[in-house]
Design a binder for this molecule. Structure first.
Ligand code: FES
Ligand code: FES
Length: 178
């Protein structure tokens, strides 16, 4: 009996998709800086950021997609970097908490977090910041209930939630001139 699978032609796209399992060079753009990193295709974006690029602002909490501590932006959209393969970000713009400030000038959301006392231990804060800024861009900060709903993927074991919402309201109102 002939094994039909052996006769399936290998298409060009299938060949392109076959990378690894050993290390391959991957081009990443993070906070506007270009990197080429040799890594196995199974490696998460979170591990590459922290362990290869030394961008340790992004935190590892659960490493399974439930806490939000690892939130970064890819092409301007918030993603959980623990559930995102680094190789899938090749050719895309990734942004982390290290890219928020403009030199010594903090991002308005960073300033608001400081002014509103929106953290205690600070472990969740990088992810909270990335989500909070994205939330405003997404137009999901109309009410406290809406803010809570759209920030619900970012857990805070110190329960700084009221202060985090206050910081988000502050930046929202600054933008609208209220
Ligand atoms: S570390 Fe990614 S969601 Fe918790
Ligand atoms: S400030 Fe401690 S976990 Fe959020």
């Amino acid at each position: 009996m002939t094994d039909q699978r052996a006769s399936v032609p290998v298409t060009e796209s299938a060949a392109v998709q076959t990378r690894g399992p050993h290390s391959v060079p991957v081009e990443l753009s993070v906070n506007g800086t270009e990197y080429v990193v040799d890594l196995e295709p199974r490696v998460s974006l979170l591990d590459v950021l922290r362990e290869r690029l030394e961008l340790t602002g992004t935190k590892k909490g659960c490493d399974q997609g439930t806490c939000g501590a690892c939130t970064v932006w890819v092409e301007g959209r918030r993603v959980l970097s623990c559930l995102t393969l680094a190789i899938a970000c090749e050719g895309l713009q990734t942004a982390t908490v290290e890219g928020l400030a403009d030199g010594a000038e903090l991002h308005p959301m960073q300033r608001a977090f400081l002014e509103q006392d929106a953290f205690q231990c600070g472990y969740c804060t990088p992810g909270q910041l990335m989500s909070a800024i994205a939330l405003l861009e997404e137009g999901h900060a109309g009410s406290d209930e809406e803010i809570a709903e759209w920030m619900s993927g970012n857990l805070c074991r110190c329960a700084a939630y009221p202060h985090i919402r206050s910081a988000i309201r502050t930046v929202r109102d600054q933008r609208t001139g209220d």
